[in-house]
Design a protein around this ligand. Structure first.
Ligand code: PMP
Length: 443
């Protein structure tokens, strides 16, 4: 398999850099928060696949729901006004639970095309309002919004732009809130004030009548699990409101219990104009994403469209099998998983904080089941790990050897996003194995 993978399966992020030597690691089965590899080794999945298997592996009821749907009606297009029961019910269940009047839901295939769809809907919205010149978008440095061409434009990680010729004439960024390495220091109110001032200045510089929307992840995930100061999101949203700029919460990672509640926007006390989700929506059992729109967004698009068709949609939008999975997963969340995730999240954070006195640990951060350790060689100076340690691959490899799957970021950050079903033993295992890796890295 390793050889066939090398020859034929393209993993753009790893195939083109050293994949030749390393080779793919093949998983064969999984249950709860544990995965088993092709050699029969069991590991704790501290990353829920790719921050997505929130419910954990091996839920028979999800398998049954998918199989039943496949048996009865595997496909009905959501492109026109045809449909199936499962996506209609899922949209209605989600609308009932979403913050405020985010009542209208468009199902995509994942996160990137959910983000891309918001860009299209937002452009259409401003056209409908007679302000087509509102065509400029703002996001945040180190934010991740997917890897479709437009979504990758909002993604502010250089590897997603370099060499791809991503169009630049429509997107702008403000600095990240990154508390640990903030040029304004670590005082949270100072960081909020600085970001508010920067966003205002950015909007003024672009021209307020040109700005369409602002995108934020409630917690930046792929940028290194960067948790904003409490109140940051609300303060930034207030600036958007003052300028009539639409605010989009990209909850692809944070929704569905990852940080505690069903949606992180709830705990931020905001109602975004649009919200994107994916990952935990189906917990990785089937591909699906969802764009949530507030009433005013939906109604404005409808007014602008009049009798015309709004030309947007995918063959697999509102896929019945994914929707059946989503409905079942939602039952699991509300049948105890969110609750368990909150308890396990508190244990995870306490465990990671217990590592704070380790000589390599510079920062411990997170909320609920979304957390990170930032490693440094000098705590005082916050010196990043040297490149010779190859944080992105060597730390990952060492954790793997210890029976732990984590995400390791190039800057020397360990990211954690375990399934919400984790037991105490799973969480304690994550912490113990991390400590072993840290001790080895010191040697
Ligand atoms: N937005 C955010 C915040 C994400 O974290 C991701 C994926 N990590 C995406 C969008 C893109 O989602 P997908 O990989 O499902 O296309």
């Amino acid at each position: 398999l390793v050889e066939l993978d090398r020859r034929h399966l393209v993993h753009p992020v790893s195939s083109f850099r050293g994949h030749e030597e390393r080779g793919v690691r093949v998983l064969t089965s999984a249950k709860g928060a544990r995965v088993t590899d092709a050699e029969g080794r069991e590991l704790i999945d501290g990353f829920a696949g790719l921050w997505c298997v929130n419910a954990g592996y091996g839920h028979e009821s999800v398998v049954e729901a998918a199989a039943k749907q496949m048996r009865e009606l595997p496909y009905a297009t959501g492109y026109f006004d045809l449909g199936a029961e499962a996506p209609i019910r899922l949209a209605s269940e989600l609308a009932e639970r979403s913050p405020g009047d985010l009542n209208h839901i468009y199902f995509s295939l994942g996160g990137s095309d959910a983000v891309d769809s918001t860009i299209r809907f937002i452009r259409y919205y401003w056209h409908s309002k007679g302000q087509p010149e509102r065509d400029q978008f703002i996001s945040i440095h180190s934010g991740y919004h997917g890897s479709t061409t437009m979504g990758a434009g909002l993604t502010a990680l250089p590897g997603f732009h370099d060499g791809f010729g991503v169009p630049y004439d429509w997107q702008h960024r403000i600095s990240s809130h990154y508390i640990y390495r903030n040029p304004h220091g670590q005082d949270e109110q100072t960081i909020i004030d600085a970001s508010v001032a920067e966003l205002k200045a950015k909007i003024e510089a672009i021209g307020p009548e040109r700005v369409a929307a602002f995108y934020a992840e409630p917690i930046q995930g792929s940028g290194g699990v960067l948790v904003p100061p409490k109140g940051w999101i609300k303060a930034i949203k207030a600036v958007c409101e003052a300028y009539g700029v639409l605010f989009v919460a990209d909850e692809v990672i944070t929704a569905f219990g990852r940080t505690g509640p069903l949606f992180a926007s709830e705990e931020e006390g905001i109602v975004p104009d649009l919200m994107t989700t994916a990952k935990g929506l189906t917990s990785g059992y089937a591909p699906m994403g969802a764009v949530f729109m507030r009433n005013h967004v939906y109604e404005t698009i409808a007014e602008g469209a009049g009798a015309k068709a709004v030309g947007h949609g995918f063959t697999y939008s509102a896929h019945p099998v994914s929707a059946a999975v989503g409905l079942e997963v939602l039952k699991l969340y509300e049948g105890g998983l969110l609750e368990n995730g909150r308890k396990a999240g508190a244990r995870l954070m306490a465990g990671l904080h217990s590592l704070a006195d380790h000589p390599l640990v510079g920062d411990v951060r997170g909320r609920g089941m979304l957390a990170a350790l930032e490693l440094v060689t000098d705590k005082e100076k916050k010196t990043p790990l040297p490149a010779s340690v190859q944080p992105a691959t060597r730390l990952f490899d060492r954790a793997w050897e210890q029976g732990l799957v984590v995400r390791s970021f190039p800057q020397g950050i360990f990211g954690y996003a375990p399934p919400l079903c984790c037991t105490d033993a799973d969480i304690d295992g994550i912490i113990e194995r991390t400590r072993t890796v840290l001790d080895q890295t010191l040697e």
